[in-house]
Ligand binder design. Structure first.
Ligand SMILES: Cc1cc2nc3c(=O)[nH]c(=O)nc-3n(C[C@H](O)[C@H](O)[C@H](O)COP(=O)(O)OP(=O)(O)OC[C@H]3O[C@@H](n4cnc5c(N)ncnc54)[C@H](O)[C@@H]3O)c2cc1C
Length: 462
């Protein structure tokens, strides 16, 4: 077991980056520019052997240890101050099995890597709404995206994981092997070990019908009421998230709409153009759309459309909750806060999480909120650190206004570091089982830089 840094350097094929290393400042950066953490050591692993060596080093030296996949976590849970960062960003292997319609993905991939590989076969698996997010963190929290209504959450398409545990064991978890661990990693985050690879089910997704419908923000109450009713029963090939936003001055939008505060729905339909047209008709007759532009696009292009807008290094603060419905009073509060977006990149999204995602039982995976209709995320974003307070207080006030109408907890991947009560509210009656599994696989809570599930005292002693 490597105990000294010199032994660690000999043991790994990847890089061992200390604060004096020329790459240290770029290696320690994460997506959220609000975070400026200074780890004591970063190990950029290239294979499972490196991961094993890094974990052993962290355990031997009693180091606080973070796991970094894509580095996108809003709360910065892919890094830490002073401790060890096990960085998987160089583990980028992907193998598509077109006959089985599955893909094996190493733990350092981002979704753009996966979309690129699977699109060549006209296939995709449900992920998110942007291509730069890490596969690992997104999957282990649940995974909400354009394909959720049709094919479920990302975890509903997860078939197997390979992991290295805190005691150094390399294990596979799936429906047959270590099934308790497999249950836990489907929503329980990075609490149980380092996932070195994932196997996902793929589906025939190639060209989708994509684009926005925007309305003046003065029509928001009418649009939101119509959207709430529409999305409850819309065919599952239709997805579309509701947003309050400021239209950016980008050439793809008509100039007269630039910097206009609007509400809108960003559609993504996996049916044909005719099926999408027919299904979207009821929403297109609501109010007076300023822009309605849904057309064919390759799925990877859709996934990466927002990448140039949401670049790494921006100030980023968000708050979230799940909703089983939206009362007219809740809609009135949305209109009040959503009409006052503080900066051009700030936004509020309501993602539909019904359809296929609701057909999995709330105790079938660690992810609990299967009855939710909408996952809300209120996002304050701006390049200027001087606006950090402005965007975070807008978020908090907006969240406070809507929380009483929520189902009581949030999607774990849309949370900041909000304390144990919020973690428990996320998992509800799955929390106790998560504690049992955590106590079995990580009794000393070595993996604790995450939305932490604390092992029981008994587990810790054992
Ligand atoms: C711009 C942006 C867009 C987003 N869009 C979506 C979206 O559309 N849908 C959605 O569901 N979520 C979305 N998210 C949220 C995202 O899922 C979380 O931020 C997630 O934590 C990011 O994963 P990561 O691997 O990039 O993060 P990291 O910061 O690298 O890691 C986050 C957490 O995952 C754990 N972890 C990372 N890698 C591993 C591993 N290999 N093994 C074990 N644990 C690991 C870490 O312990 C850490 O707690 C978005 C986030 C951002 C910033």
């Amino acid at each position: 077991m490597p105990q000294s840094i010199e032994q660690l350097k000999e043991a790994v094929r990847g890089e061992v980056i200390e604060p004096t290393h020329p790459s240290y400042d770029s290696a320690r950066k994460v997506y959220n520019g609000m975070l400026d953490k200074r780890p004591g050591l970063i190990v950029r692993c290239v294979d499972v052997a490196d991961v094993k060596a890094a974990i052993a080093f962290g355990v031997e030296n009693g180091m606080l240890t973070a796991i970094r996949g894509g580095g996108h976590n809003g709360a910065g849970l892919g890094t830490c101050d002073d401790g060890l960062v096990i960085d998987l960003s160089r583990m980028k292997g992907i193998r598509v099995d077109p006959a089985e319609k599955t893909v094996r993905v190493e733990g350092g991939c981002v979704w753009g890597d996966v979309d690129h590989a699977t699109h060549a076969f006209g296939l995709a698996t449900p992920s998110g709404f942007i291509s730069t997010t890490g596969v690992a963190g997104l999957t282990l929290g649940g995974g909400i995206g354009y394909l959720t209504r049709r094919y479920g959450l990302t975890i509903d398409n997860l078939r197997s994981v390979d992991m290295v545990l805190a005691d150094g064991r390399f294990v596979t978890a799936n429906a047959e092997e270590n099934s308790d661990l497999f249950w836990a990693v489907r929503g329980g985050g990075g609490n149980f070990g380092v996932v070195t690879s994932f196997v996902f089910q793929l589906h025939p997704v190639d060209i989708v019908q994509f684009g926005p419908t925007f309305w003046d923000v003065s029509e928001a109450a009418t649009v939101l009421r119509a959207y709430r009713d529409f999305i409850k029963t819309a065919p599952e090939h239709v997805s579309g998230f509701f947003a309050f936003l400021v239209i950016p001055p980008a050439p793809m939008f008509p100039e007269q709409l630039h910097m206009k505060n609007v509400c809108g729905i960003v559609w993504c339909c996996t049916g044909t153009a005719e099926e999408a047209d027919k299904a979207l008709k009821p929403m297109r007759t609501v109010g007076n759309p300023l822009l309605d532009h849904v057309g064919p696009a390759p799925f990877p292009a859709v996934q990466s459309l927002f990448d140039p807008l949401f670049v790494p290094g921006l100030q980023w603060y968000w708050r979230a909750d799940n909703f089983t419905d939206l009362s007219d009073e809740a809609i009135a509060r949305h209109v009040e806060h959503g009409s006052n977006i503080p900066t051009m990149l700030s936004t509020m999204h309501l993602y539909p999480v019904n359809g296929a995602a609701q057909r999995v039982g709330k105790n079938d995976t660690a992810y609990s909120f299967r009855e939710a209709l909408l996952a809300e995320v209120i996002v304050g974003v701006d390049p200027d650190p001087a606006n950090a307070e402005k965007i975070s207080s807008w978020c908090k006030n907006y969240w406070d206004a809507l929380h009483p109408f929520s189902a009581g907890g949030a999607y774990v991947n849309f949370m900041m570091d909000e304390g144990q009560d919020r973690v428990k509210a996320t998992y509800r009656d799955n929390y106790e089982r998560l504690v049992e599994i955590k106590s079995k696989y990580d009794p000393a809570n070595f993996f604790r830089v995450n939305q932490n599930i604390r092992p029981s005292e008994k587990g810790r002693a054992g």
